[in-house]
Design a protein around this ligand. Structure first.
Ligand code: HEM
Length: 228
């Protein structure tokens, strides 16, 4: 067994993998949110941005190759994150078959207790989301390849779909909020002197992501922007 396998075999090693893959996904979400906000710059800018993502590095590697590499890395991170959490839970249960009781405050533990539920909902959301906006399935409106602005404009004109996305952004950000806090703990950044500030940072980043994502379906739904 090499050193890496040995490290992964420990609970600390697994927490490390969960933290690193989690932060990779959070990084993707920040980029995705910034990209989505281009909707406020108009149809041309958003569609151009979507086309640009497929053109990165194309002179050297060919069309959409760099995007596909990023997709494979992201899929790898999602799979490693989920598999490692399952293994870590099993390992912890084996080490401590009888649950111990600690006093919990509602605010501090609601997101933590919801991690498994929000994680499963998140995975289901990603599958539905890709089916809708990447593959053009299950949309109540007509999907046109390459017309990102029109696709989301028409889709979020449907009230239940816009509300579903806003609700899911709440779930995503609640999951992220506890995820950030766990990341700080795993990396050993937490410390009684700065825990309050770190918790506030986790909440602030999650709230910014919630607003940044939700404002797009909200703006299309209310007719503030859109091509309908
Ligand atoms: C209101 C929120 C969101 C909107 C409006 C939105 C919109 C979109 C659109 C239009 C695409 C297709 C882009 C293209 O074809 O170039 C896309 C792709 C994608 N979205 Fe979202 N998204 C949202 C939230 C999320 C969240 C929270 C996640 C992850 C948890 C996510 C994960 C993805 C992934 C993985 C892709 C595929 C990227 C690719 O392979 O090119 N999205 N999104």
């Amino acid at each position: 067994m090499n050193k890496l396998q040995q490290f992964y075999g420990t609970a600390v090693g697994k927490k490390f993998v969960v933290a690193i893959t989690g932060i990779m996904m959070a990084g993707f979400l920040v980029m995705h949110m910034i990209g989505n906000l281009k909707a406020f710059a108009g149809q041309e800018k958003l569609d151009h941005y979507a086309a640009y993502l497929r053109e990165i590095g194309q002179d050297l590697f060919g069309h959409a190759t760099v995007l596909w590499i990023a997709r494979v890395v992201l899929i790898g991170a999602v799979v490693a994150h989920i598999v490692t959490i399952v293994l870590l839970t099993k390992q912890n249960r084996k080490a401590r078959p009888v649950k111990y009781h600690v006093k919990k405050t509602f605010a501090a533990t609601f997101a933590a207790r919801m991690m498994a539920v929000s994680g499963v909902l998140l995975l289901a959301f990603i599958i539905v989301h890709l089916a809708q906006f990447t593959f053009g399935m299950w949309l109540p409106t007509v999907y046109e390849e390459g017309h990102v602005y029109d696709n989301i404009s028409k889709a979020f004109g449907v009230a239940w779909l816009a509300c579903f996305y806003i609700f899911m952004m709440f779930i995503v950000c609640m999951h992220l909020c506890h995820g950030f806090w766990s990341f700080f703990q795993t990396m050993g950044i937490d410390n009684p002197d700065r825990n309050k500030a770190l918790r506030a940072l986790a909440v602030a980043v999650s709230v910014i992501l919630f607003i940044g994502f939700s404002i797009v379906p909200m703006a299309f739904l209310t007719g503030m922007i859109g091509s309908r």
